[in-house]
Design a binder for this molecule. Structure first.
Ligand code: OAD
Length: 251
């Protein structure tokens, strides 16, 4: 990674597990408890956006309410800060995250694509403009886009909803650009994000997985770190800085 010229991190729910946000799959995962959501959720939203907004603002299901509460109150963990540190040290060039929790941004990652959106934003399904959640009144449901009057939804990508073209293009472009990709805290089961490592590898990238458990992609990775990201990434930052100094000293 230290020798790579362009490193991209692909992150998933495991990255925020140490911030108290449950993952989706595996022990204690939201989908493990409730089952995977219906693929027609986006269609249901389009049919009756007012009801969707009602259940978002006032969730009645206890698991969903607890998950929302965890997202609202979470703070970045040492892994998020270390990843931002790797970026500011020039050792990581881009982060593509599947997480909607905003924690990379709070930890000061700058070059970031949120391929599944951001919970704290709203998005117009017509003109794709995004707004901070607090900028838009929800007194009248469903809220409308201040620019074009299109329907507003949460920026988080729903099951059955296409990934917005801008983030999909950026994420694919980053996978094609990198010569090293870190796969951090993702089960790598949900496409198109799960396809990015293979795309990167086909174009010559070295793949490093950071995950306490084996995943669908472990087998194609060039290196595997079996540890929680909140421990592995701060160690990686320290070692990468030290190795870079050694390389610079030996030049
Ligand atoms: P998953 O819940 O599928 O996988 C979480 C991964 O994190 C697993 O491989 C765990 O082993 C790993 N993990 C757990 N604790 C960890 C830790 N402390 N450090 C590092 N890794 C840890 O989550 P995602 O792969 O992100 O999409 O799921 C992808 C998408 O599926 C989500 O974005 C979401 C979901 O449906 C949408 O909602 C659109």
């Amino acid at each position: 990674m230290v020798k790579a010229s362009y490193t991209v991190a692909l992150t998933g729910a495991g990255m925020s597990a140490e911030s108290g946000i449950p993952t989706f799959r595996g022990p204690g995962g939201l989908w493990t408890k409730k089952g995977e959501p219906d693929i027609r959720i986006y269609e249901t939203f389009l049919d009756d956006p007012k009801s969707w907004w009602g259940s978002r603002l006032w969730p009645t299901d206890p698991d969903t309410a607890a998950f929302s509460e965890a997202l609202e109150s979470a703070r970045p963990n040492p892994g998020h800060y270390a990843l931002a540190g790797l970026e500011s040290a020039g050792l990581i060039q881009y982060v593509v995250t599947q997480n909607v929790d905003n924690l990379h941004r709070v930890a000061a990652s700058v070059r970031l694509a949120e391929i599944h959106g951001n919970r704290f934003k709203l998005r117009c399904i017509n003109c794709v403009a995004r707004f901070e959640r607090d900028e838009v009144s929800t007194d009248k449901l469903p809220p409308r886009c201040p620019h074009c009057q299109g329907l507003l939804k949460g920026d988080g990508v729903m099951f059955g909803e296409p990934i917005p073209r801008d983030v999909l293009e950026t994420s694919t472009e980053q996978a094609l650009l990198c010569d090293c990709m870190l796969l951090i805290g993702t089960s790598a089961l949900v496409c198109p994000a799960a396809g990015l490592p293979a795309t990167a590898q086909r174009h010559g990238a070295f793949l490093i997985e950071i995950n306490p458990l084996e995943t669908a992609l472990s087998i194609i990775c060039d290196m595997v770190v079996r540890a929680p990201s909140g421990e592995a990434l701060p160690r990686l930052l320290d070692r990468a800085r030290a190795m870079r100094e050694d390389l610079a000293g030996g030049r």
